[in-house]
Design a protein. Structure first.
Length: 230
């Protein structure tokens, strides 16, 4: 089984309910930020790595996403019957993603600074890690509502609670997905088990990041993109 990730999973199946009226006629990943769909910003970062495979899962209003992604050689995992959540969705896409660890990426955030996928790949150590989450300190997390998700010790091992926000990019070993009985489940199930075994790690992102999961995030993200500083 390969140890270096060479496939990217883009999560794009959600209803985007926090976006309210903006997702009445389009899926959230097709909402434009600075003249480009949200998923286009994510896809540009993924394409920089030149991975062998990029896959996106679709459910809500899939056709605009399919029309945007397929010409860019993104393979589609269509969750036609129901949304499978992050864990179930990733497991359903494994035949397209291949064996070995994969990148996963949420498509409702803007990154300002170095490519988070490249940073994760450079820091990935499969001997010690089952997952490596790219996290942003609260002070650099634009538009974040609420506190952080994690804290990390000196070696980067994660525990729940703290001032680190999960930015939506990670490298994850996928073999444990097959041990989950439920069809619909979150990747938190795997993270909790990995944390218990001291194999869940965080990488602190050196730039800034913006949550675009709500309408106010669009303006914040466009201001972040336009800003001269990192």
């Amino acid at each position: 089984m390969p140890c270096t990730p060479d496939a990217v999973m883009l999560f794009a199946a959600g209803f985007g309910t926090r976006m309210r009226e903006l997702t009445r006629d389009r899926p959230k990943p097709m909402i434009e930020v600075a003249g480009m769909p949200l998923i286009g910003h994510a896809l540009a970062l993924a394409e920089e790595l030149r991975p062998q495979r990029i896959v996106a899962n679709l459910h809500y209003m899939p056709e605009p996403l399919r029309a945007y992604l397929e010409p860019r050689s993104v393979q589609i995992s269509h969750e036609a019957e129901e949304i499978l959540d992050t864990g179930g969705g990733l497991r359903a896409a494994l035949p397209l993603l291949g064996n070995g660890p994969v990148f996963t990426m949420n498509t409702d955030a803007i990154w300002k600074g170095p490519n988070p996928l490249q940073l994760a790949r450079d820091a990935w150590d499969p001997v010690r890690m089952d997952a490596l989450l790219v996290c942003v300190p609260l002070a650099r997390a634009v538009g974040r509502k609420g506190g952080g998700d994690f804290s990390a010790d000196r070696e980067g091992r994660i525990s729940r609670g703290g001032d680190l926000v999960y930015g939506g990019v990670q490298i994850l070993k996928t073999d444990a997905l097959h041990a989950v009985a439920e069809r619909v489940f979150s990747l938190n199930v795997l993270w909790n088990r990995m944390a218990e075994n001291n194999r869940l790690f965080a990488l602190e992102y050196p730039g800034r990041w913006c949550d675009v999961g709500h309408p106010e995030g669009i303006t914040l993200a466009e201001d972040l993109i336009a800003a001269d500083d990192v």
